[in-house]
Design a protein around this ligand. Structure first.
Ligand code: ADP
Ligand code: ADP
Length: 226
């Protein structure tokens, strides 16, 4: 079955800019998938629509076979999103940021605390749990975004440029971490403009340019063409 199935997705922003011109895209369950393309191609717009932060102008999205618009709650529960911009409060404590997110997903009491501990430990942030997030380094903030996106153990994790501006060492450890959770059954979709990142991680890719999918193939087949 498909984790994501997008048909004829269109987006025209309020200022008249046409960001998506009819996108069709399928991502299989358990895939590690990259959405590649230059700046301005429409990658963040697609992610924004999947994560219901942006309204599509037309088209449909199914998440694990169910129409996302009519099964919004279920879609949100199966989805973890790591946006490109850091969007948590700089004054909140690290553990509270993850606990708050757990609350949004209906996790309560000891379960919320257990999950918060589990993912802060996995992302090597447990020692920082009582720090305010503004005290964290850039790399730690990235990892906090990932911990927060995983606290409800979504079947599908979407990351928008997860390693942009991250140093090579952290990039490699993030890659290993993502591969591990993918092996454990989480479908992963990431956007990147580093071909090397897609090459190291992904089985299948789509290339988007000017709001249209221009290539949709396996990483292996793409490399054969280059
Ligand atoms: P929507 O049509 O989805 O409601 P809007 O066009 O209202 O989106 O824009 C949402 C926000 O993004 C606005 O604050 C707008 O100023 C800002 N914005 C406008 N143009 C751009 C752009 N080219 N890139 C990123 N953000 C933009
Ligand atoms: P990418 O993530 O591939 O860099 P985006 O999805 O952010 O691309 O943007 C696609 C196009 O839509 C760009 O030309 C961008 O300037 C424009 N855009 C993005 N957000 C808005 C907005 N809120 N209002 C108007 N235009 C936008």
């Amino acid at each position: 079955q498909n984790a994501i199935s997008i048909r004829n997705l269109r987006k025209t922003y309020a200022n008249g800019h046409v960001a998506l011109k009819g996108v069709d895209l399928d991502v299989k369950e358990n895939d590690f998938f990259a959405l590649l393309g230059p700046n301005g191609a429409g990658k963040s717009t697609i992610i924004g629509i999947i994560s219901t932060l942006v309204n599509a102008s037309d088209g449909s999205i199914k998440i694990f076979g169910k129409d996302a618009a009519s099964h919004l709650h279920e879609a949100k529960q199966s989805l973890g999103v790591v946006p490109q911009e850091i969007n948590f409060s700089q004054f909140e404590k690290v553990a509270d940021i993850v606990m708050t997110q757990a609350g949004y997903y209906g996790l309560k009491g000891s379960l919320a605390r257990e999950r918060t501990e589990k993912y802060l430990k996995k992302l090597d942030l447990w020692d920082k749990r009582d720090n305010r997030s503004r005290m964290l380094s850039g790399g730690m903030k990235r990892r906090l975004m990932i911990a927060r996106a995983l606290v409800h153990e979504p079947r599908l994790l979407i990351l928008d440029e997860p390693t942009a501006g991250v140093d090579i060492e952290l990039r490699r450890s993030m890659w290993e971490f993502l591969q591990e959770i993918n092996r454990n059954g989480t479908t992963i979709v990431l956007t990147t403009h580093y071909l090397e990142e897609a090459e190291s991680l992904c089985r299948n890719i789509a290339i988007i340019d000017h709001g249209q999918i221009v290539e949709n193939t396996s990483m292996r087949a793409l490399l054969g063409k280059l």
